[in-house]
Design a protein around this ligand. Structure first.
Ligand code: BGC
Length: 755
């Protein structure tokens, strides 16, 4: 049944934007003209139907509510059958036949799972990330979905926070590039195409700055830090055309984000010109009561007057808005504006033309886990893997040697797809062991489990309560270790495959220690004691503290949770069929005491000095991280020439180029991420010691050289000053180009007078 009310029929053919907008306005106005206040309020309601809840369930009678016109969309329902069933209720059994919007947390894949977002960002491959987002949209839309709660673009500098796994790491520039790529990939600039997904920028704002890395905790920061360091990825995603924004759980300037008018209206809509709709995070309106800013009615009023359009789960708007409008506390125009934005999103998605947009079993069959998507999952996994350390060419492995694969993750499938794995099925994930068997045949290598993922019973039961599946082995920890040691003793090389069980990262998974679990550290120590070379393969969702591992092991390969094809990708890298090219996008600290630690810090008045007592340092730890932002090795070597500038003076309306010759001076083909950093030597406010301002991923054959050039314009040098004016200031700048944020390869230029 089609809901063609005249205008919708032109949608497919309509390419002319202004007239398209006018048609949409007319359509939505006509429709709203026939809606009651209650029906408009109904559009603002987003209950969950299905699984994957991350909080209390507030609504159990959703089908009845749909019939009553009290639901604008649902989330956690997918598959053509399930979506059709609810959509049919909306379009056949409600007074105005308004279709529902279907959302889901499709974070790094729907059924085909790609590396976690932190891993995807480690590819530094914007084009790849865009392709991944497009493939995700294709698959998820074939499974009935219209809307993904992604990308998460929260800048995150505290690895204790479990949700660092969901974003692009610590840097605003890289974060903005990744955010734009994902929005472009999901939305394709045209949501009426059935293979797109509406994106949702989250969590607005500053969620990544939760105090002490404890999830949902308070944030507090200066406007300068917000504008210069935390807001750029959100703004970039808005400018890339994201159609929706999700509020965050935390407060901003003492007001919960969900009730913060400055944030949701002044900044987002007025300053940035955001034209889509704002949805709250899960029960975030209700949670404002806990924040202590008012009762149920008050927080509903605050949210909608701040600029919230859609209420995820709490149903406070549904319950309270009629009376609030009647009492004049919320203007009817405010409800109208929110309702209009949601109807516009539905219109843009083409739902008024075809409420069953893209729904067909045949399409689902063809698109879900198609060969192309599985190939892309492997490509992304390969490029996300980071070689943190590799002494004496321990890696790649020589398959003619005796190799013992040891650890509870060697044969594991569940952890490969990580947290927020949407509809991913662990049974379809390729374990490292099965990849080795496909590559080399069965029984080529030896295996020992070596330890449990954790022997901490309290932690295990917490993780198992929330979807974990950690069963302690019937053997004692000592037996497991001694079997592993025996296997190691018979081998030439040991590969230990360890990490965090997936539930130890992600939402509500903050940690005060970010070491490997004790059971795993004990195993590593025993393996080290055999005297055999040990390569550590890690699967985890955050930077870990790996000082002991760095000091004692021969190689460390960070594979994150690499997705459905993880095993295949890891096996290719371990045996040199692929060369690692990923670079970390969050600093790896030496110890938790250094946190927050990030490369783009400010200088102090007393910078570190070994000799002087009264300088900024620790008595018991270096200031330096274990692995700096941007770090990642290769099986080949890359050398950088000195930075050549086209000029040492940059005019206010001019540009200079900075060039290096990058050479693959090793024996294998490889890819290197050349990174451009800038330091503004003197500013009206203090400036970071380095800021990423560009990067290029370059593939080079052995012996090949290439010139890598970055163009620097005054635009690139702008920042928000104490008056929040965005401008570049004249003076000296340093330009660094190298293979990580630790590079000292630099040249200097002078920016002339700007206006
Ligand atoms: C998370 C969001 C997520 C939402 C819906 C919340 O708990 O913070 O990131 O999109 O749940 O599942």
């Amino acid at each position: 049944m089609l809901l063609c009310l005249g205008v919708a029929c032109c949608m497919a053919a309509c390419t002319d934007r202004p007239s398209h907008e006018a048609e949409m306005d007319k359509f939505v106005s006509d429709l709203m003209g026939r809606m009651t206040l209650e029906e408009k309020i109904g559009q603002l309601n987003l209950p969950t139907v299905g699984f994957d809840v991350t909080g209390p369930l507030m609504s159990t009678d959703v089908e009845q509510k749909i019939k009553n016109g009290q639901v604008g969309g649902v989330f956690n329902t997918f598959t053509p059958v399930a979506v059709r069933k609810l959509q049919e209720i909306a379009v056949t059994q409600t007074r105005l036949h308004i279709p529902l919007i279907f959302g889901y947390d499709v974070i790094h894949g729907h059924r085909t799972i790609y590396p976690i977002p932190l891993g995807l960002s480690a590819t530094w491959d914007v084009e790849l990330v865009e392709r991944v987002a497009a493939a995700v949209a294709d698959e998820a839309s074939a499974d009935g979905l219209h809307w993904t709660f992604s990308p998460m673009v929260d800048v995150a500098r505290d690895p204790r926070w479990g949700r660092v796994s969901e974003g692009a790491g610590e840097d605003p520039y890289l974060g903005a590039e990744m955010a734009k790529a994902m929005v472009r990939g999901y939305e394709q600039g045209d949501l009426s195409k059935q293979n797109t997904l509406m994106s949702c920028i989250k969590h607005f704002a500053l969620y990544g700055a939760a105090e002490a890395g404890r999830d949902y905790n308070t944030t507090d920061m200066s406007r300068l830090r917000m504008y210069n360091e935390y807001l750029p990825p959100y703004q970039a995603a808005v400018e890339a055309g994201a159609s929706s924004v999700m509020t965050s759980f935390n407060e901003v300037d003492g007001v919960p984000a969900t009730g913060n008018r400055w944030l949701l209206t002044d900044l987002l809509r007025r300053q940035w010109g955001f034209g889509g709709f704002v949805v709250t995070d899960y029960t975030a309106i209700m949670e404002m009561e806990n924040h202590g800013v008012g009762s149920k009615a008050k927080v509903a009023e605050l949210a909608v007057n701040a600029g919230v359009d859609m209420d995820m789960v709490s149903e406070y708007l549904l319950d309270e808005l009629p009376a609030l409008v009647k009492a004049g506390k919320v203007k009817e125009e405010t409800v109208d504006a929110a309702c209009r934005r949601i109807l516009e999103a539905k219109y843009k998605l083409g739902l008024f033309t075809d409420p069953y947009r893209g729904l067909s079993e045949a399409r689902a069959e063809a698109q879900i886990m198609s060969a192309e998507k599985l190939a892309l999952s492997k490509e992304a996994a390969l490029k996300s893997i980071v070689l943190l350390k590799n002494d004496r060419q321990t890696l790649p492995l020589d398959a003619s040697k005796k190799i013992a694969f040891i650890g509870p993750l060697v044969r594991d499938q569940r952890n490969l797809i990580g947290n927020w794995s949407a509809a991913g099925n662990p049974q379809q994930a390729v374990s490292l062991w099965s990849a080795l068997e496909s590559k080399f045949g069965a029984r080529k290598f030896t295996y020992a489990k070596g330890c449990n993922l954790t022997d901490d019973a309290a932690l295990r039961s917490q993780l198992n309560r929330h979807g974990g599946d950690i069963t302690p082995d019937s053997r004692t920890p000592q037996q497991l270790i001694s079997e592993a040691v025996q296997a190691a003793q018979k081998a030439d090389v040991v590969v230990a495959v360890l990490g965090e069980p997936f539930g130890m990262s992600g939402e509500a998974a903050s940690r005060t220690s970010i070491d490997l679990p004790d059971s795993q550290k004990a195993l590593l120590k025993a393996l080290k004691a055999t005297g055999k070379p040990v390569a550590l393969v890690l699967m985890n969702g955050r930077p870990l503290t790996l000082q002991w591992e760095h000091d004692h092991l021969d190689a460390i390969l960070e594979t994150w949770y690499a997705g459905t094809r993880a095993g295949d990708a890891i096996a290719d890298i371990l045996f040199g069929d692929a060369n690692p090219s990923g670079k970390i996008t969050m600093t790896f600290p030496r110890s938790v005491g250094q946190i927050p630690i990030y490369y783009s810090h400010k200088n102090t008045g007393r910078p570190f000095s070994e000799q002087e007592k009264y300088t900024s340092k620790y008595l018991d730890e270096s200031n330096e991280p274990l692995y700096p932002f941007g770090h990642g090795q290769s099986y080949t070597q890359f050398t950088y020439s000195a930075v050549q500038l086209s000029d040492t003076a940059l005019a206010a309306d001019g540009s200079v180029t900075a060039t290096v010759t990058l050479t693959n001076s090793g024996a294998r083909a490889g890819e290197e991420v050349a990174q451009l950093y800038i330091r503004d030597r003197v500013g009206s406010i203090t400036r970071p010691v380095k800021e990423l301002k560009g990067f290029q991923k370059v593939a080079l054959q052995p012996g090949e050289s290439r010139q890598v050039t970055f163009t620097i314009t005054p635009e690139l040098l702008k920042f928000y000053n104490a008056d929040l004016r965005y401008a570049a200031e004249p003076g000296e700048f340093w330009v660094f180009i190298g293979g990580s944020s630790a590079t000292e390869n630099k040249a200097a230029f002078e920016l002339g007078i700007t206006n």
